[in-house]
Design a protein around this ligand. Structure first.
Ligand SMILES: CC(C)(COP(=O)(O)OP(=O)(O)OC[C@H]1O[C@@H](n2cnc3c(N)ncnc32)[C@H](O)[C@@H]1OP(=O)(O)O)[C@@H](O)C(=O)NCCC(=O)NCCS
Length: 179
């Protein structure tokens, strides 16, 4: 038996409306932790809880407009991870969605939560009529291994696409998956 706790007991829930608003602080705490840990996920250091909450409030507004869906992984009621699917797309790409903001709190990592969140995100995207997903991620970070393991196809690398929170450049790898 493994001594490392796994994703058993984790509940993945799709959030919207009042339930999403009630979780904004929990989601913000996960984002804040990821940026503190050096993840390149749009934001620069220093990054406060208030900024993280504002970011999620903006994304929650898009959830209300049907432009994205948001899932949270709950451990004993507390948010420990999250992922989104951007549903809004141009009229000629109604079947395409984009994975965004896959985030797992550092204290909950390496238990299979990200894999679990991705499994649910794909199922929710399919239920929304999507048959193709795309995403991009920092080249060489753990997420790149995760997506390859989950059957995503690597398109290639764009050098110096983004910055780490401390200002260093990072390369980005683009992936796609038919679902
Ligand atoms: C990338 C990220 C989401 C992965 O989250 P995670 O929950 O740790 O992912 P998983 O647990 O599914 O897999 C991570 C590793 O743990 C391993 N693992 C999974 N369950 C395990 C268990 N029960 N025991 C031991 N190891 C386990 C996986 O095999 C994987 O190993 P690898 O990195 O050597 O390939 C997380 O590191 C993160 O939030 N990073 C910062 C934000 C970020 O970069 N997001 C991606 C943006 S595109």
């Amino acid at each position: 038996m493994s001594a490392v706790p796994d994703s058993a007991g984790i509940e993945v829930r799709r959030l919207a409306g009042a339930a999403l608003n009630a979780r904004l602080d929990g989601l913000a705490a996960v984002l804040e932790d990821c940026v503190s840990g050096g993840a390149s996920v749009s934001y620069m250091a220093p990054f406060s809880h208030a900024q993280a909450r504002e970011a999620f409030a903006g994304m929650a507004a898009e959830v209300e407009q049907g432009r994205r869906l948001l899932l949270a992984a709950l451990d004993d009621g507390a948010v420990v991870g999250t992922v989104q699917v951007i549903l809004a797309s141009p009229p000629n790409q109604p079947h395409r969605g984009e994975i965004a903001k896959l985030l797992v709190h550092r204290r909950a990592r390496r238990r299979g939560l990200a894999a679990l969140l991705m499994e649910h995100a794909e199922a929710e995207a399919r239920a929304e009529g999507k048959s193709l997903l795309v995403l991009d991620t920092v080249t060489g970070d753990p997420a790149e291994r995760l997506y390859a393991r989950l059957g995503w196809t690597r398109v290639g690398v764009i050098p110096n696409y983004a910055l780490y929170p401390d200002g260093r450049f990072c390369d980005t790898t683009v992936f796609w998956k038919a679902i």
